[in-house]
Design a protein around this ligand. Structure first.
Ligand code: PEP
Ligand code: MN
Length: 361
């Protein structure tokens, strides 16, 4: 999949990163143009604005729809910026492409729906070769943390013949109270990068954070993890925005944040980094050895339980073990949640191995 950074050299900021910015929603011609001019002044050359807005509940601002595409065309003409918007079905995609939108993205609710993605992909397949070569299609992660579904949506788009494809990581829906509106679960986009190394991935700290004070640190984290760019919501008067007002930044504030971000160079990889990586490799090997030893003991316990007609899972013992290890991990500066995940994965494999023994005749 093509590298977006090569496709848009003019979009490179000093930090060497693709930056797309603009309001959550296109609300009026004046609001759109004012935001675009102010963002252009901050050195940003890709403008985003939602024309069709998927709302969780009825009654909210659902976007202006097709007429707002004219405002994006005006932004393009007047400022020379590239323009981007979200599409959720074939009609949206058609209207956006026909009005000259440069970049379309498939939103998180839509990429969770293979029928909708396929309909959009079928429309993209009908474009002329020249249109296919020009258009950029970005696929946001589905709202649910399902990497295969995300990859499936990318494959459907790829199948249309469009080649300028990228992914957007915007975090994942969850139940209950969290620091983030959509917790990032970084290991999912990192695994996506491992599975499709050439795919550019852009981070959307606005929808991950849900609040403006977290956007700067999330953006830096994304750059530190080698994301290829950022898409950030920006509005000239965030408090009056018709959608996502808590997370939008004024263009000047965004400009300031972008200047403070540091893009660390991969090329700076020095000898000492190589040595540290060797240490990590050795430690991983030791971990593997230890885990295999632990499984051997677990299988011995399984044989004992079988001989004595005991159940494989003893919840009391497991809870006790979990509690103690989680506390110990926290004393060692690791998160309790991390240790819980590690232990439950180890426990699951021990149980699987013991069950193999106890169910054997
Ligand atoms: C958006 O970008 O404004 C948007 C609705 O995003 P998401 O699909 O990530 O919720
Ligand atoms: Mn939004």
């Amino acid at each position: 999949m093509d590298d977006l950074q090569q496709l848009f050299p003019e979009s490179l900021l000093r930090s060497g990163t693709i930056v797309m910015a603009g309001p959550c929603s296109a609300e009026s011609k004046q609001q759109v143009l004012q935001a675009a001019r102010a963002l252009k002044d901050q050195g940003i050359s890709i403008f985003r604005a939602g024309v069709w807005k998927p709302r969780t509940k009825p009654g909210g601002f659902e976007g202006i729809g097709t007429p707002a595409l004219e405002w994006l065309a005006k932004v393009k003409k007047e400022t020379g910026m590239l323009v981007a918007t979200e599409v959720a079905n074939e009609r949206h995609a058609r209207d956006a492409v026909e009005s000259g939108v440069d970049i379309i993205w498939i939103g998180a609710r839509t990429s969770a729906n293979p029928f909708a993605v396929q309909d959009i992909a079928d429309y993209l397949a009908s474009l002329s070769q020249e249109q296919k070569e020009r258009l950029v299609v970005l696929v946001k992660n589905p709202v649910n943390p399902d990497l295969e579904l995300w990859i499936g949506a990318l494959q459907r788009v790829y199948g249309s013949g469009v080649r300028r494809i990228g992914a957007i990581h915007r975090g994942f829906s969850s139940y209950g109270k969290h620091l983030y509106r959509n917790p990032p679960k970084w290991r999912i986009p990192i695994e996506l990068k491992r599975r499709i190394p050439g795919l550019p991935i852009i981070c959307d700290p606005s929808h991950i954070a849900g609040r403006r004070d977290l956007i700067s640190s999330l953006s830096q984290q994304a750059l530190d993890m080698n994301f290829d760019g950022l898409i950030i919501e920006s509005h000239c008067n965030p408090d009056c925005a018709l959608s996502d007002k808590e997370q939008q930044l004024e263009p000047e504030v965004l400009g300031y944040i972008l200047q403070t971000l540091v893009r660390r160079s991969e090329k700076a990889s020095t000898e000492s980094l190589g040595l540290l990586r060797q240490q990590i490799d050795r430690l991983d090997d030791e971990l593997l050895e230890l885990l295999s030893k632990r499984m051997r003991v677990a299988r011995d316990i399984g044989r004992y339980k079988k001989e004595h007609d005991m159940p494989v899972v003893q919840a009391g013992r497991y809870n006790d073990l979990m509690q103690r290890r989680v506390e110990a991990a926290e004393r060692l500066d690791m998160s309790g949640e991390f240790m819980r995940n590690v232990l439950s994965a180890i426990h699951e494999e021990s149980v699987r191995q013991q069950l193999e023994i106890t169910t054997k005749q």
